[in-house]
Design a protein around this ligand. Structure first.
Ligand code: HEC
Length: 226
């Protein structure tokens, strides 16, 4: 990603709602899997150091495990560069609740696929299976997605049926912001749109995939684990 200009959220929405070209002064979003800094990191060496953090392996001393899926973000997000996609998937189980409604398996829908030596793997009863395999999503570009105003996303969803002649009609949903209790925002991350900010995503992610038990008090505003 060589260029440093960024596309505005408005331009992004116009591009995707088919309502026109970029406004004056805006350029298209960066798009390249070249492992070069994107203009936010001051130097290429910073970008390389960031990638090393993504690939850093967690340890039980830092609270990793016993159940987990992998011990670094880069274990799943690596193809063709760090933080991109991969063919790795996760198993999610669901069940019908007492009212016959679709619900998570007891505890969590994510069923961990690995455990530290000596720890038993989770047992999933047949009634809870209703399985889904979710493939790893791309993290590159999520900063742009985060920057889009919630109202813009909701407006895109509302206008889609008209602008696509009824072929497409998105449904906007809101998700709780884990870092701001009581507040919600237009959801945007994960296959089921269950998160509205990258900090919320991160807190849930390291709990689910790494087994770290965190709450909002030990995640700083920049998403760093204290
Ligand atoms: C075991 C494999 C695995 C590991 C390890 C993993 N991810 Fe992911 N990642 C996934 C999968 C699968 C999804 C889609 C999950 C879903 O929809 O519920 C995903 C989704 C995401 C998303 C949402 C992307 C979007 O645009 O919606 C982000 C951000 C992300 N991961 C960041 C991370 C970070 C940061 C880490 C390390 C803390 C990490 N991931 C570790 C597999 C993994």
């Amino acid at each position: 990603m060589r260029a440093t200009a960024i596309v505005t959220p408005l331009a992004f929405s116009q591009k995707f709602s088919g309502r026109g070209n970029l406004p004056p002064g805006a350029t298209g979003a960066l798009a390249a899997f070249d492992d070069l800094r994107n203009g936010f990191a001051a130097a290429q060496t910073d970008h390389v150091a960031d990638a090393a953090r993504v690939n850093k392996r967690e340890t039980p001393q830092r609270g990793f495990g016993p159940l987990h899926n992998a011990d670094s973000c880069g274990s799943c997000h690596f193809n063709p560069v760090t933080e991109a996609i991969s063919e790795l998937s996760e198993f999610h189980a669901r069940q019908r609740d007492e009212n016959g409604l679709f619900a998570d398996a007891a505890g969590d829908s994510l069923i961990n696929s690995d455990a530290l030596a000596g720890a038993p793997l989770p047992y999933v009863p047949d009634r809870e299976k209703m399985p889904t395999f979710r493939f790893t999503l791309n993290v590159l570009g999520d900063g742009y997605v985060e920057a889009i105003a919630g109202e813009t996303r909701e407006e895109i969803a509302r206008s889609q049926a008209d602008s696509s002649g009824g072929r497409l009609a998105g449904q906007g949903i809101r998700a709780p912001l884990l870092e701001a209790p009581g507040q919600t925002r237009a959801a945007r991350f994960d296959w089921e749109n269950q998160h509205a900010s990258l900090i919320s995503f991160f807190a849930d992610d390291i709990r689910g995939r790494w087994g770290l038990r965190l709450n909002r008090h030990n995640i700083s505003r920049r998403g760093k684990v204290k």
